[in-house]
Design a protein around this ligand. Structure first.
Ligand SMILES: [Zn+2]
Ligand SMILES: [Zn+2]
Length: 263
C-alpha cells in the first residue's frame, strides 16, 4: 500500500558527541527500534558502527565528515543496524552473520513479513516518494572483512578490540577501547527492553556474554539504542539481567529445554 505521508526533508540527524565521535540517528523512524549509528574519527581511518535501515543514503549524509578510509561495521545483522551496509566499499561483520549479509537474508535480519517488525506506523515521514514497508528488504552485500573475537581495529590514535558477545543474535559484537574503556555495544547491552526471545536469541548464551562483561572495566557505553550511560548503570543492567535470568525455572531454563527438543 502506498503511504500518503509527507517525505522527510532530512532523513538522518547528526550530533557531534566529542572531537572524534558523531551520533547519527533516524528520527522519523519508531523510537523503540531506532538505532544509534556511531561515526568514530581516527587519525588514520574512521569507523562507522552500524548503518541504519538503509532507506536513505547514509553515505551521502556523512560524506562531508569523511576524509579518510572508512570501515563500516555491522554490530549484528538486524535490519535496523545493517540496512545501509551495501552502500559502503569497506564493510565488516562477525563471521557468524557474514553469510546473512552476503545474501541479504531478511529472515535473519528480522525484516521478513512474518516478523512484523517493519510496519507502516513506524514511519512518521517517508524516506522517499513511493516508499512502502512491503518492498523493504535487506540489501545483500559481500563483507570485505570478516570479524572474529580478539581482532583489533587500529585507527592510529586509538584501537578497538572486537568482543564476540552472542545471545541477542549469534553474531553480536562489541567494540572495546581498553585505553578509554569505551564500549560500543550494539544490541548486547542498552538501557531499555533487551530482546532475548527472538528466533536468533539464546538466553543461556546471553547470560554467558553478561558474565564476561561483568568482569570488564568500562567507563562509558555507547549503545545500539537509547542513551549513552556510564559504569554504574552498566553494572546495574548486567546485575539485574543476571538476577532474573539465572533463577531456576526462569525463561533461560525453558529456552534451553526448548532448543534441545527442537534440535
Ligand atoms: Zn538487534
Ligand atoms: Zn537493534
Amino acid at each position: 500500500m502506498v503511504q500518503d505521508k509527507p517525505i522527510a526533508q532530512q532523513w538522518f540527524s547528526t550530533q557531534k558527541v566529542n572531537h572524534g565521535l558523531y551520533l547519527i540517528t533516524e528520527p522519523h523512524y519508531y523510537w523503540w527500534n531506532r538505532a544509534n549509528l556511531w561515526l568514530i574519527k581516527g587519525r588514520d581511518r574512521d569507523l562507522l558502527i552500524d548503518t541504519g535501515l538503509g532507506v536513505s543514503s547514509l553515505r551521502h549524509h556523512i560524506a562531508s565528515l569523511i576524509d579518510k578510509p572508512l570501515l563500516a561495521i555491522a554490530s549484528h545483522i538486524h535490519f535496523d543496524h545493517a540496512g545501509g551496509m551495501h552502500e559502503f566499499d569497506h564493510r565488516a561483520i562477525h563471521e557468524a552473520e557474514a553469510e546473512a549479509l552476503r545474501t541479504g537474508d531478511d529472515y535473519e535480519a528480522l525484516c521478513s513479513p512474518e516478523h512484523e517488525f517493519v510496519l507502516e506506523e513506524h514511519f512518521d515521514l517517508l524516506p522517499y516518494s513511493g516508499f512502502t514497508v512491503e518492498q523493504y528488504t535487506l540489501r545483500g552485500a559481500e563483507p570485505t572483512e570478516i570479524l572474529q573475537e580478539g581482532d583489533v581495529l587500529d585507527l592510529g590514535d586509538r584501537a578497538f578490540e572486537v568482543l564476540h558477545l552472542p545471545g541477542h543474535s549469534p553474531g553480536c559484537i562489541g567494540l572495546y577501547d581498553s585505553q578509554s574503556q569505551d564500549l560500543f555495544s550494539g544490541d548486547v547491552i542498552y538501557d531499555g527492553d533487551l530482546l532475548d526471545e527472538l528466533h536468533c536469541s539464546h538466553i543461556p548464551t546471553y547470560i554467558e556474554s553478561y558474565e564476561r562483561l561483568k568482569k570488564m572495566s568500562i567507563e562509558t557505553v555507547y549503545p545500539g539504542h537509547y542513551q549513552t550511560f556510564g559504569k554504574e548503570r552498566y553494572h546495574q543492567i548486567l546485575t539485574e539481567y543476571l538476577e532474573v535470568k539465572r533463577k531456576p525455572g526462569c525463561p533461560s531454563a525453558l529456552h534451553d529445554d526448548f532448543s534441545t527438543i527442537r534440535e
